[in-house]
Write a protein that binds this ligand. Structure first.
Ligand SMILES: Nc1nc2c(c(=O)[nH]1)N[C@H]1C(S)=C(S)[C@@H](COP(=O)(O)OP(=O)(O)OC[C@H]3O[C@@H](n4cnc5c(N)ncnc54)[C@H](O)[C@@H]3O)O[C@H]1N2
Ligand code: MOO
Length: 397
């Protein structure tokens, strides 16, 4: 079996998974978490018109020192005044209402002698100065029609929805989510909700991989468990290859060196599959292949190995497909007990990174440690031990 570096296998997965598509979706909450594949352009000016930023009076003083003005009308929000505010005049106006023609400044009601409610008075007296342009939101001062509301690559969130809608946009062009089928293999697996017979275990990989796929921006269209029977897996592969809602098949288990490695056996019989051993721990045995046009990524069965493989190898390929930026390693100061690792392979250790920049192994082993971890310590191939005080590379989860 070939041995392969982590970087080489990442590249192999990027190539087998391939680039994704884009699609137009309504500008609504269902787009949250997707990435823009194209710049979002304003369909309208924001604000759409010059408007008042205060409840008060839209005024047109005849002279700089004029303080008493004739009130010629009312402009409630949503209205477009049909009158013009001429020199010496003012109109009562509400916050957000369209500025009537002729008005050059807005005076908040608190700076007038007018009552805030009731009918508009015939005259209003202003306290303080009447400098032009005050408390006016200018048309298009935020964004002009045709301007970029958000560039390609932006993550759609609540604020972007509000901004896009305010600028009159109705649709977004986003990266299409990868539709994923998860297949957990193993004769020992009792499906969720079934009582395991002697020698069987509670199956957990399928839901874990489905959840990781969702977190990675995929849609999960099939979740299957399959025994170690080559006929059963072969038939399942055939139906997934024919399915119109599968862009990627992810298997777990059945890829190492034993006598009943169902994924390897079926993949090797089909041809076009490649099984390798990575210089990585956990997650050594890996495979890739195709069912017709549909890429297949084969992860090892050990739950932590499958998690590490998904997160460290497959997720970067999915991130690229979905327009997500690469997730970089950071560094932290190790404060746990001294630890030996094997030379010649990258090791990922479930760990807890704290806000003060220190990191230590997560308590427990295997899944227990993983569930308590917020990061992996990434120990490079050429390092065989690390001690308290060492700066280590960490991958936040
Ligand atoms: N002779 C060798 N044996 C093994 C090697 C090797 O190089 N030579 N590699 C070991 C490594 S490393 C790993 S990782 C495993 C990977 O084996 P498989 O991918 O074939 O996985 P399985 O044997 O099917 O299962 C391994 C382990 O994980 C449990 N498992 C599997 N699927 C699930 C599931 N869906 N939910 C929960 N738990 C699951 C399974 O019961 C086993 O305990 O091979 C080593 N052996
Ligand atoms: O690759 Mo395995 O046990 O090291 O997950």
């Amino acid at each position: 079996m070939a041995h392969r570096s982590v970087a080489e296998h990442r590249a192999a997965l990027r190539s087998v998974v391939g680039p994704g598509g884009t699609e137009q979706v309504p500008l609504d909450r269902h787009a949250v978490g997707r990435r823009l594949a194209r710049d979002l352009l304003a369909a309208d000016d924001l604000p759409r018109f010059d408007s008042s930023a205060m409840d008060g009076y839209a005024a047109h003083p005849a002279r700089a020192d004029q303080r008493v003005l004739d009130v010629v009308g009312d402009v409630p929000a949503g209205a477009a005044a049909e009158f013009v505010v001429r020199p010496g005049q003012a109109a009562r106006i509400m916050t957000g209402a369209r500025l009537p023609e002729g008005a050059v400044t807005v005076v908040p009601v608190e700076r007038t002698d007018a009552a805030p409610t009731g009918p508009a008075p015939p005259k209003v007296t202003i306290e303080g100065d009447l400098a032009p342009g005050q408390h006016i939101r200018r048309r298009a001062e935020d964004i002009a029609r045709g301007e970029v509301v958000a560039p390609a690559g932006t993550l759609v969130d609540a604020a972007l929805l509000a901004l896009g809608r305010s600028a009159g946009c109705e649709h977004l062009t986003v990266h299409t989510p990868t539709r994923v089928a998860v297949v957990a293999t193993g004769a020992e697996l009792a499906r969720h909700g079934q009582d395991p017979a002697a020698g069987e275990i509670h199956e957990s990989n399928s839901e874990m991989i489905a959840a990781l796929a969702l977190e990675g921006g995929c849609r999960v269209t099939h979740v299957e468990t399959c025994s170690d029977d080559t006929g059963e897996l072969g038939a399942l592969f055939e139906s997934l290859a024919a399915a119109s809602d599968v862009d990627l098949v992810i298997t777990t288990g059945g890829v190492s060196q034993g006598a009943f490695e169902v994924v390897r056996q079926v993949g090797e019989a089909l041809g076009g599959f490649e099984f390798v051993h990575l210089a990585m721990q956990p997650g050594g045995p890996q495979g890739t292949g195709r069912l017709g046009q549909t890429p297949v990524v084969c992860l090892p069965g050990t739950p932590v190995g499958a998690y590490v493989s998904f997160t460290m190898l497959l997720r970067p390929a999915l991130d690229e497909r979905h327009g997500n930026p690469p997730r970089e390693a950071s560094s932290a100061t190790y404060i746990g007990p001294s630890r030996r690792t094997r030379l010649g392979r990258v090791q990922f250790v479930s760990a807890v990174v704290r806000p003060d920049g220190t990191v230590s192994p997560a308590p427990g082993v295997h899944l227990r440690a993983l569930a308590g971890a917020n990061a992996f310590i990434e120990v490079p191939e050429g390092v065989d031990q690390f001690r308290a005080g060492d700066e280590v590379s960490v991958r936040l989860l």
